[in-house]
Design a protein around this ligand. Sequence first.
Ligand code: RP5
Length: 163
Amino acid sequence: MKPLPFEKVTIVMGSRSDWSTMSNATRPLEELGISFATAVVSAHRTPQRLVDFASRAHESGTRVIIAGAGGSAHLPGMIAAISPLPVIAVPIESRFMTGMDSLLSIVQMPRGVAVATQAVGVSGAYNAGLMAAQMLSLCDDELQQRLIAWRERQTEQVPITVE
Ligand code: RP5
């Protein structure tokens, strides 16, 4: 089996089927020049992989973890229970409850174990990448300048007129 990948931002997801959503987390990271890795880690189907990943990430170069899962979405909370790193969670839009199940099972963490939960689906995944960049920028002045410029470009791109 391939070894677990670790980068400054490591993006994990419960299934390959989550990739169409979670790939959106890579967009702001690419635009801001931040290295990332991706892997499938399932809380239920690969529990030992979850433990290996979460216990090693902070000693393997990762600074922020992004974790996406759908349905009974235990992945982000379990990683946060093991790893000291910040965990940004993305609730995946599920087939039967359109992501409400994912959202509630991720967001209702018990006191003492923190997860930064984003919106359900594509926007949440995108913002997870952006949030990771903002966290990293706290200790990286050049990245902070790139973020400021990135936001200015975003603002400039919003037209005043609707035609
Ligand atoms: C979750 O179950 C995954 O995160 C995914 O969102 C959902 C469905 O997985 P598949 O059955 O498509 O592999 O663990």
